[in-house]
Design a binder for this molecule. Structure first.
Ligand SMILES: C[S@@+](CC[C@H](N)C(=O)[O-])C[C@H]1O[C@@H](n2cnc3c(N)ncnc32)[C@H](O)[C@@H]1O
Length: 433
């Protein structure tokens, strides 16, 4: 067995430029000075290249003392394409992949926000010490402080940058004015229980807020308008939470199945629906859906799609959906409000204020939930996706169907997607191998 250090870099930065290659070359130089082991530095053009690199290492009896990913990233891990094509491996795919680490091998994710969810997840499932940045990274010509890179800079680094943004007007101004920005990489130990990204600890608080799904006025109105008409439906709710949506639907549907990762929230769902014999709630951990082939008319994922294994799960949805069935997805994503959206933003804000007055119990419980330390901790390691990520995913898998924005906030919005009746399930286009 030969020990090596592996650096992989993506060839596409956002719209495609060469910074990552320069960072990887600098890193290679420095690792070679520091260690006597071989240092490999390889590009990735599409996500499948990563799998191929690991397979080649395994075939050549090589194992990684350190693995460095240089590229850009979503909240749920490295991205291998541009912003127009933000291809990722889903958590399930990462679990399945063989990463040939040496004993005490370490993983370093030199990309934005990799310490939010991905590095703790990677440390846990791959049992290796993993490093990432909590905030954004920035390119610099010096390792110890920000220095603008030029075409001639001999060295280029990706460093962590303190604060919400490293780019954008404020972030850039801060860097160029010489404010200290350096954020150290955060490390996560294998098998650490420091990060619990599930809803287990907040299940009771969450349930108290969302006893009645109608407090989510926009989402409920949209769902009501998109339910298949005049049918006795079998409905699957993925990431069902406390089961409030299925509770509301229970009198008009034949059968409902709610599935969720959190055992505690499923207990709340069973309690909330103890009268509703046509509903069942089951636990999942990964994309496998515990229902029979072609048994569902409607699959809904409300405010949970961000967490799911997109392509592997879609493969399962293809299996369980009846021909002619449909998929509804609603979720919150991050995106700053656009100038042209300001009037709609103001209307939505006023509506939201009225809503808080209309449901005082909801208002009180919501304030309790969002101020609770367990909620804050869960959110810190359980982030939401960017708009371009989710829009790209759904619209690329269902060509011709469009994502809608049903609520606009200052930094986020609610997206809603209706797949339409899917006559031929096999038409859903997946890139998942
Ligand atoms: C914001 S809550 C939404 C719950 C419910 N759909 C609603 O609208 O109130 C997100 C839910 O997704 C669940 N979840 C998170 N990760 C999941 C995963 N990998 N698989 C299934 N459910 C997951 C959480 O446990 C939680 O119940």
């Amino acid at each position: 067995m030969t020990n090596i250090h592996l650096i992989v870099y993506t060839t596409k930065y956002r719209k495609g430029s060469a910074e990552f290659q320069r960072i990887a070359a600098t890193m290679k130089d420095e690792l070679e000075k520091q260690y006597t082991d071989e240092v490999l530095c390889l590009p990735i053009v599409t996500k499948k290249d990563l799998n191929k690199i690991f397979q080649d290492l395994i075939n050549e009896d090589k194992q990684m003392l350190s693995y460095h990913f240089v590229g850009h990233s979503g909240m749920y891990g490295p991205m291998y394409g541009t912003v127009e094509y933000p291809e990722q491996y889903s958590p399930f795919e990462i679990k399945q992949m063989e990463f040939p680490f040496a004993e005490n091998g370490k993983a370093y994710f030199h990309c934005c926000r990799s310490a939010r969810w991905f590095a703790p997840f990677f440390a846990r499932v791959k049992s290796v010490e993993s490093y990432g940045y909590y905030n954004y990274t920035t390119f610099t010509a010096r390792k110890d402080k920000f220095k603008r890179i030029t075409a001639n800079s001999p060295k280029v680094y990706a460093i962590g940058s303190i604060g919400k943004k490293s780019h954008g007007y404020i972030g850039s101004l801060k860097k160029y004015l010489g404010f200290p920005v350096l954020e150290k990489m955060k490390s996560f130990q294998p098998n650490s229980t420091e990060v619990d990204a599930t809803y287990n600890k907040v299940a009771e608080l969450y349930d108290a807020v969302f006893q009645d799904i109608k407090v989510r006025e926009d989402e409920w109105e949209w769902i009501s308008n998109h339910l298949p008409k005049n049918k006795q439906l079998n409905v699957l709710d993925i990431g069902c939470g406390n089961g409030a949506l299925l509770k509301e639907l229970s009198s008009t549907i034949l059968k409902g199945v709610g599935i969720d990762l959190s055992e505690n929230i499923l207990q709340r769902a069973r309690l909330l629906n103890k009268e509703n014999n046509n509903l069942t709630f089951k636990s999942i951990d990964g994309p496998k859906i515990p229902v029979e082939d072609q048994s569902m008319d409607l699959v809904i994922s409300m405010l949970s799609f961000r967490y799911l294994d997109w392509d592997p799960l879609m493969d399962e949805i293809k299996r369980v959906l009846k021909p002619g069935g449909k998929i509804l997805v609603l979720d919150m994503v991050t995106v700053p409000v656009k100038l042209k959206e300001l009037p709609t933003f103001i209307v939505h804000k006023i509506k939201q204020r009225r809503q808080l007055k209309k449901y005082p119990e909801f208002n009180k419980n919501l304030a309790k939930l969002v101020s609770h330390p367990d909620w804050k901790k869960m959110l810190a390691y359980n982030p939401i996706r960017a708009e371009h990520e989710m829009k790209w995913y759904l619209e690329s898998r269902f060509p011709g169907r469009k994502v809608e924005k049903i609520n606009i906030g200052y930094h986020s919005c609610i997206l809603a997607f209706d797949s339409g009746d899917i006559a031929n399930i096999q038409d859903i286009k997946l890139t998942y191998p």
